[in-house]
Each structure stands twice: as C-alpha cells, then as structure tokens.
Design a protein around this ligand. Structure first.
Ligand SMILES: Nc1ncnc2c1ncn2[C@@H]1O[C@H](COP(=O)(O)OP(=O)(O)OP(=O)(O)O)[C@@H](O)[C@H]1O
Length: 229
C-alpha cells in the first residue's frame, strides 16, 4: 500500500488552474523525485500534499487516511514535514530557538540534528538571519526533522547554493535515506544527484503527471521531452 498517494489532483489559484491531474504514489521508506521544468506545478503539488492549498478535484491520502479536508497544521501533526522553497527560517531567532520552535516528541532531537549537521551546533546561539545560505538550508532541514516527520518533503533544497554546500546537503539526504525509515519526496533539478538517491520519479508537465517509474528507467527520450536535459 502507498504511504502517500495522489489521484487525479486538480487545483487552482483563484481563477487560474495550475494542476490538471496529478497522480503520484510513494511507498514507505522510499525516495521519490518530483521533476519537471519551471512553472509546471511541482511546488503547487507540494502545497496540496501539505494542505497549504485546497485541491478542487481528486484524492490525497497519507498513511491510509484521506487528508483532503485537513488544515495544514493537522497534516503536519500527522507527520508531513516540509522544507519549503526559500528556506523560511525565523531570521530573528537563534539557531537553537528555531529548532526548538518546531520540536515535537520523537527520536529527532537536538543531538540527532547536530550529528547530521555539526555546523548547526557550532552556530547554536547565532541569529538564523546571519547564517550563510547553506547553513540556513541545513537549519530548514533540521527544523523539519525536529517535527519528527514520517514524510519529509524537500522543495528545491539545493537551489542557489555553492557546489560544495550542495554536496553537503545531498550527503545529509543520503544519510537520512540510509539510516532512517523516512519517506522522502524531493523536488530538484539536478538529475545527477537525484540519480544517486531517488527510487522513483514522477515527471510533471503543465500541471499533469506525464511519466512515472523507477529512476533507472528514466530514458533519454523522457528527459529530452519533459526535462530539457
Ligand atoms: N500563488 C500563486 N498564484 C497564482 N499562480 C501561481 C501561484 N503560484 C504558482 N502559480 C502558477 O502555477 C503554476 C505552477 O507553479 P509551481 O510554482 O507549482 O511550479 P514549479 O514546477 O514548482 O516551478 P519552479 O520549478 O519554477 O519552482 C505556474 O503557472 C505558476 O505561475
């Protein structure tokens, strides 16, 4: 049974329709890459999963439950942890306060987050707004982990970061895959890194899911047609 499943999801921003039929399945413990060119509907799909945007049609299930009528805070409480595009940490709180603010009981605590990102321990008392972009990204991931999610969603987690920092973030995601039973949904454009980590891929084109399958089966034709790589 799928841990997360979207079936025929449609959604709009006011009068402007952005999703025209998204189907997606993610099994427990797997990593799914959501791919597609700019503006195709990846972030909108994530908003529907996190209940930040109401869908107009279709069905969204998480952990065996229809979550279509839940508000965002209840979806979060069920175990959906989001690392949003643009990081969005509390810039006027310290690193430690940021982590504390999102903490919920479970195995993820300060110690585990610090072990994953030692830099966050070194910067504990520093204001989040004074961190580098990469450190803020680590903090955003740390914050999501402190909620003790069962599904971690990363929206463009490596965008705009220097190559060496991107590698640190990818290494942390690989560690999460290897050492936890977390299900992970990742939106990113770097195919070479996604290849190392994703089990499944869903490709979105103009608000519709047009291809899904195992990462190893993502052919050059599909890449040419939908990803432009
Ligand atoms: N708040 C909004 N109000 C109106 N339209 C929006 C809003 N957010 C996104 N859209 C539109 O919905 C469509 C899908 O956007 P979305 O951000 O989901 O794409 P994306 O695949 O995540 O793109 P990117 O890779 O550039 O982040 C686009 O046409 C976009 O212009």
């Amino acid at each position: 049974m799928s841990f997360l499943s979207l079936d025929g999801i449609t959604a709009s921003y006011g009068a402007s329709q952005a999703l025209f039929g998204i189907d997606l399945k993610l099994a427990e413990g797997e990593v799914l890459a959501l791919m597609g060119r700019n503006g195709m509907g990846k972030s909108t799909t994530i908003k529907v999963i996190c209940r930040l945007l109401k869908h107009s049609g279709g069905r969204v299930e998480f952990a065996g439950q229809d979550i279509g009528s839940l508000p965002a805070h209840k979806a979060a409480r069920m175990g959906i942890g989001l690392v949003p595009e643009g990081r969005r940490c509390f810039t006027n709180l310290t690193v430690q306060e940021n982590l504390y603010a999102s903490a919920r009981p479970g195995e993820w605590d300060f110690g585990k987050v610090h072990a994953l990102f030692p830099r966050l321990e070194e910067r504990s008392d520093q204001m989040a707004g004074s961190l580098s972009g990469g450190e803020q990204q680590m903090l955003a991931i740390g914050r999501a982990l402190m909620t003790n999610p069962r599904l971690l969603i990363l929206d463009e987690a490596t965008e705009g970061l220097a190559p060496v920092v991107r590698q640190e973030i990818w290494a942390a995601i690989a560690t999460l895959k290897k050492t936890t039973g977390l299900s992970i949904l990742v939106v990113d454009k770097s195919l070479s890194e996604l290849r190392q980590i994703a089990d499944q891929v869903v490709v979105i084109e103009r608000g519709k899911s047009v291809w899904h399958g195992e990462m190893g089966a993502l052919s050059a034709d599909v890449r040419d047609q939908y990803l432009g790589v």
